[in-house]
Ligand binder design. Structure first.
Ligand code: PLP
Length: 474
């Protein structure tokens, strides 16, 4: 079926399907497709499959995309879809913080301007405990970055070992190596952090319901050098996947050769819903305690994409033993966190419900941008069977899989046309996507009309790169 540009494609038969990487349902590529390396679905769209075209038709398609691309370049765009940052309008939602706090004492009467209170303000820990389905006693509120808390946790494990470690991890690192399981596609900074320590990364597929449990189990069962796994459980970066209670239970319960195996449960997008169907994060600390491995998960979250990305509050939650261990090491480098900022956040939110309400205001700003991404891709690529993409229900990213071997070309074409995209492969350890097909789109930062313009351009580049490759016999 071919529709004129701008008309609504018939999505009646469109059906989500497994992504080629086993991730969230993607839209746009057909199942059982004829293009090697691309998983496909009985999706519909305005276009006929590129592979069904005769050589002449393919040549005509290539010419039309080349013309479209030349016109795109002439527009002299300067657009940026690289990083998942809140937009100015989102930051404005929290501007009242700039005049808070209005008092200097916390609930207990302690002066927040002074030293002390390493675990963070009790009233802020209560708010996060409510939001994350944990107990306030399990929570630490820290500085402005949860990534720093993840980094600190790994540094402490390396230098000192955890409560249940036979020895500091650095000894293993020097005598044979330490390995981490990395679900892919995943968060680039998780991977670069491990690379900076010389920790080896073993990839497993990120499925629609979380990491591929069978693949993880096979890696951790017999190898004591495998010490940890990253999990972004809610609206994962970049696939948007939500880890199910079953997958969480399997991960905390599975046998591991390392007695001090750690799940870095990075719940950065726990409350970042894009629809009314608000996913609930799996209750990982309770599940871990029930399965006899209370120290296995360490949970992280922050207000970076709730209030101010540069001036929010990072959060860690863990078993009593893990928390005491973390604070013991933290106390060697800090006499207490920025409690003024904690109190400011308490006064701003008032309660956990205040946070949820605030997130609905974010949703009103960013949900149209995600819709614009889907519309642009569907309009230009629907039915071509050369790209698949997620329609996430939360988080900050759209995962775009293009024809194998064309992601780097798409990013280069877009760059030359003034549209900055995250480098191809950045969602894989060491930036190496073995199939060169994955692109992470981050639509939150630009204003809506820029997202529309950028995505129309990206879709042109995807079509052009695919036509080039197919014309070359790829
Ligand atoms: C999965 C994930 N974790 C952590 C972070 C950074 O968190 P923070 O700002 O709290 O350091 C990000 C930011 O993009 C992220 O995507």
């Amino acid at each position: 079926m071919t529709l004129s540009p701008g008309s609504e494609p018939d999505r009646g038969a469109a059906r989500p399907r497994e992504s080629p990487c086993g991730g969230r349902p993607l839209h746009g590529i057909r199942e059982g497709g004829r293009i090697a390396g691309v998983t496909t679905s009985p999706d519909t769209g305005p276009h006929a499959s590129l592979t069904s075209l005769s050589p002449d038709e393919l040549a005509a398609f290539l010419t039309s995309r080349q013309q479209e691309y030349a016109a795109l370049r002439r527009r002299g765009l300067q657009l940026d879809l690289t990083r998942g940052k809140p937009s100015s309008a989102q930051l404005d939602l929290s501007d009242r913080l700039l005049s808070l706090p209005t008092t200097t004492k916390d609930r207990s009467g302690a002066d927040v301007r002074n030293y002390g209170g390493l675990e963070g303000l009790a009233e802020l820990r209560e708010i996060f405990a409510d939001l994350l389905w944990v107990e306030p006693e399990q929570v630490v509120c820290g500085g402005n970055s949860s990534l720093t808390m993840m980094h600190d946790t790994i540094v402490h494990l390396l230098l000192h070992g955890g409560p249940d470690s036979p020895r500091p991890w650095v000894r293993d690192l020097l005598e044979g190596g330490v390995k981490f399981v990395c679900p892919v596609p995943g968060y680039d900074r998780h991977f670069s952090m491990l690379a900076s320590f010389g920790i080896e990364m073993l990839t497993v597929p990120m499925n629609e319901d979380g990491p591929d449990v069978a693949a993880v189990e096979a890696l951790v069962r017999d190898d004591p050098a495998v010490k940890g796994i990253w999990v972004v459980p809610t609206y994962a970066n970049p696939s948007g996947a939500v880890c199910s209670q079953e997958v969480a239970a399997a991960l905390v319960g599975m046998p591991t050769a390392a007695p001090d195996f750690r799940i870095f449960w990075d719940n950065a997008y726990a409350f970042h819903h894009l629809t009314e169907q608000e996913a609930k994060s799996a209750d990982v600390l309770t599940l871990a305690a029930a399965s006899g491995h209370p120290n296995r998960p360490v949970m992280f979250a922050s207000t970076s994409k709730i209030t101010f990305a540069g001036a929010g509050v990072g959060v860690l939650a863990a078993s009593a033993e893990n928390k005491a261990w973390f604070l013991r090491h933290l106390s060697m480098g800090s006499i207490g966190p920025d409690k003024v900022n904690h109190l400011r956040h308490v006064q701003f939110f008032g309660s956990a419900e205040g946070v949820r309400e605030h997130m609905r205001r974010h949703r009103a700003i960013i949900a149209p941008k995600f819709a614009a991404v889907d519309e642009a891709l569907t309009r230009a690529l629907g039915g071509l069977e050369v790209a698949g993409w997620t329609r996430p229900t939360g988080g900050y990213f759209v995962n775009l899989d293009v024809l194998d071997g064309t992601a780097a070309r798409v990013v280069a074409l877009a760059g030359e046309a003034g549209i900055a995209l995250t480098p191809a492969g950045s969602s894989f350890p060491l930036g190496k996507d073995p199939r060169d097909r994955n692109i992470r789109l981050a639509p939150t930062f630009p204003v809506l009309h820029e997202v529309e313009a950028a995505m129309t351009g990206v879709a042109t580049c995807v079509g052009l790169a695919a036509a080039e490759r197919l014309s070359a016999g790829g």
